[in-house]
Design a protein around this ligand. Structure first.
Ligand SMILES: NC(=O)c1ccc[n+]([C@@H]2O[C@H](COP(=O)([O-])OP(=O)(O)OC[C@H]3O[C@@H](n4cnc5c(N)ncnc54)[C@H](O)[C@@H]3O)[C@@H](O)[C@H]2O)c1
Length: 250
């Protein structure tokens, strides 16, 4: 087991990539704090882990609210006494041309995808500094590396996550805290299905464009997160890894 007894917080762990990260890390021995804005789905993920013999708790958390995040981190620390790994996975997007976006969309996209990462890092890093160890893995997107039509503000937010992660990696290295980013390409998740439901041709076109000729499955992303969570990645920090079947080679 590659991360036995490590305590891991995952945001947006109720479905899609977040759920796959929770179950993968649990299968490698982690104690998982499954957090999501939907307590119902977070509980389903936690129960799935427990019924397979793993350890998990579910906590409702809206990453856009610092007070919510602080309270979740306090509960996690009280329960498990340490936090080894933070995975910032919660995200949201709406595909439309920038000139059709409203301010409401900008604010929501930035609040969840970028500000959410600030909130969790602000709450967890002091604990990791005190421990003298920790790993942060932020889920970015290839949209934040190479751009993506219809995702201007999302690309900006994810680009912000990448830049923020590099700076935090520099600031935290003296405390033996690693900070890295995993950038998925298109992944077959509920969010992706919602985005393409009105235009299924997008999915086929993407499959043709991806050198490996398929969308990523959530488990492909979870495997990369597992590596960054493990001691095998202890000398790797400030890095951005695309998991996209070769669609982007930035
Ligand atoms: N699916 C893709 O093709 C793709 C591609 C690149 C990057 N990503 C990124 O991967 C991550 C996961 O995406 P997904 O496709 O699994 O999405 P998803 O919508 O299937 O799952 C996202 C989860 O985050 C939760 N969430 C949403 N807002 C939240 C909030 N304010 N606080 C806490 N939790 C919240 C949702 O309830 C949901 O459980 C996101 O950061 C997304 O931007 C996805």
């Amino acid at each position: 087991m590659r991360i036995k007894d490590k305590v891991v917080i995952v945001t947006g762990g109720g479905r899609g990539i977040g759920e796959a990260i929770c179950t993968k890390l649990a299968s490698e021995g982690a104690k998982v704090v499954v957090t999501d804005i939907s307590l119902e789905t977070a509980k389903v993920t936690a129960e799935k882990i427990i019924s397979s013999g793993g350890e998990a708790i579910a906590i409702k958390t809206d990453v856009t609210q610092l007070s919510d995040v602080t309270s979740m981190v306090k509960q996690a620390k009280e329960k498990y006494e340490k936090i080894d790994v933070l995975v910032n996975n919660a995200g949201w997007d709406k595909i439309e041309p920038f000139l059709q976006n409203g301010e409401e969309t900008w604010d929501k996209v930035i609040a969840i995808n970028l500000r959410g990462v600030f909130n969790t890092c602000y709450s967890v890093l002091p604990i990791m500094i005190e421990q003298g160890f920790g790993k942060v893995i932020n889920i970015g997107s290839d949209a934040g590396r190479v751009g993506s039509t219809g995702e201007a503000v999302y690309s900006a937010a994810k680009g912000g996550v990448i830049a923020f992660s590099k700076t935090i990696a520099r600031e935290m290295a003296r405390h033996k805290i690693n900070v890295n980013v995993v950038c998925p390409g298109p992944v077959n998740t509920p969010l992706f299905q919602e985005i393409v439901k009105d235009n299924p041709k997008i999915s086929t076109a993407l499959e043709k464009a991806i050198p490996f000729r398929r969308l990523a499955e959530p488990e492909d992303i979870a495997n990369a997160v597992c590596y960054f969570s493990s001691d095998e990645a202890s000398f790797v920090t400030g890095q951005t890894l695309s998991v996209s079947g070769g669609l982007t080679m930035a």
